[in-house]
Write a protein that binds this ligand. Structure first.
Ligand code: DP6
Length: 395
């Protein structure tokens, strides 16, 4: 008997223009377009295996070995259902195809980074599930079409179906058929983009993005200004900066948009605070580095939590690593995957160390660092890498 299974991995993405707010919570249609950089799966990835079999009694999913419920009409269910319908249409049009859409599916999913790192695992996780099931079903849909499905699992997941620099166009239609992700530039276009994730807290965040953003939609007048006056221009400007590999503009826009996003959080009633003192201290260090360098050479951005992501070009990463390691000593030693000599990096002359508390932060204020760079889109993996055993149960 044939075995129907597929395994795929998908990347994490970190937005430079933030998605914050939905105009339709069921279809997950955003109130503004957004843009992100896809990070390298060599360092951060979610992997999902899916298998369809006549003997399975229901759809089941195991996340990092623990079974999660697939709630009917829930986000996960909606994604699986949409892909199954596409397969059904193919089977109806071609009687030679195996009728696997009638079978239940088992999924096993794994993140190679600790969920406790506070990184958004939902984006890479949902994208890996959509990629793997689309391979299992041999779907002809393009990554943009698949992004329509991933979007309904978690908004930011739609951007993880592409590598490089990715825009999520908000679209106008009520049915959401034009709210999809598109590549702005490939990773090969600007491969020098590196990212340093400073893990500030591994505590579970207080306000989830899903509930926080709707509170902002309901109460923040500043969000209306952001949606109408701020984001559209920034989408154009940052796309141009990426096309022209203009890091200065890219950095300015990225930092301003992170600050604009945290400003609308503060403008929410009751206010939402994601940044803490350590986050603000990372901002101060990056701002001072840029001032001393005479131009922006690094850019910070923060999602719905206190962790900082610092974008910088490869050539400037040693300086960034030098400063972060100096002022924010960690408990765990830094893995240094690119073997950069940051210890002897020259920090720009005139850098004012007074921006950080005397002597730097206590050990562990930044718990760990993850150094990565711009990466590729979802990868199809061999059966040898399957997370499911012969019986279709998690390994
Ligand atoms: C701050 O995609 O996690 O990271 O659509 O409700 O699942 P849901 O929200 P989610 O929100 C991400 C918000 C953000 C900004 C961004 O990634 O653009």
């Amino acid at each position: 008997m044939a075995t129907y299974q597929a395994t795929a991995s998908a990347p994490v993405n970190i937005a430079c223009i933030k998605y914050w707010g939905k105009r339709n919570t069921k279809l997950i249609l955003p109130t503004n377009s957004s843009l992100s950089v896809t990070l390298d799966q060599d360092h951060l990835r979610s992997t999902t295996s899916s298998r369809a079999d006549a003997s399975f009694e229901k759809d089941r999913l195991w996340l990092n070995g623990k079974e999660e419920e697939i709630e009917r009409d829930g986000r996960l269910w909606v994604c699986i259902d949409a892909l199954r319908k596409w397969r059904q249409e193919m089977e109806q049009a071609d009687s030679g195809l195996d009728k696997i859409s009638a079978y239940h599916v088992h999924f096993a999913s794994h993140n190679n980074f600790p969920t406790a790192a506070g990184l958004a695992s939902s984006a890479s996780g949902l994208a890996a599930l959509v990629a793997s099931l689309s391979h299992l079903y041999s779907l002809p849909q393009t990554p943009s079409q698949l992004s329509l499905v991933a979007r309904q699992g978690s908004g930011s997941a739609c951007r993880s179906l592409f590598g490089g620099y990715v825009a999520w166009r908000m679209g106008e239609k009520e049915d959401g058929s034009d709210s999809l992700a598109e590549e702005v530039a490939s990773r090969e276009h600007w491969p020098e983009m590196h990212a340093l994730i400073c893990v500030v807290s591994d505590a579970k965040k207080g306000t989830s993005s899903t509930s926080g953003m709707q509170r902002t939609v309901q109460t923040s007048p500043l969000l209306q200004h952001r949606i109408k006056e701020v984001v559209p221009g920034r989408m154009d400007d940052i796309s141009k900066a990426i096309r022209e590999k203009d890091f200065e503009s890219f950095a300015k826009i990225t930092m301003r948009d992170s600050n604009s996003f945290h400003a609308v959080c503060l403008d929410t009633e009751p206010p939402i605070f994601y940044l803490n003192d350590v986050s603000r201290s990372v901002i101060a260090v990056v701002e001072e580095l840029n001032r001393a360098a005479g131009k922006p050479i690094a850019a910070y951005t923060f999602d719905a939590g206190p962790n900082a992501v610092i974008y910088t070009l490869e050539e400037n990463m040693p300086k960034v690593l030098n400063l972060i390691n100096r002022f924010f000593p960690q408990e765990a030693s830094f893995a240094n995957p690119f073997k950069m000599d940051w210890q002897s990096a020259q920090v720009p002359e005139g850098f004012n160390t007074k921006v950080v508390p005397e002597g730097g932060w206590e050990k562990g204020a930044v718990k760990s660092l993850i150094h990565t760079r711009v990466g590729d889109g979802p990868r199809k993996l061999d059966d040898g890498e399957s997370l499911l055993n012969e019986d279709g149960m998690p390994k």
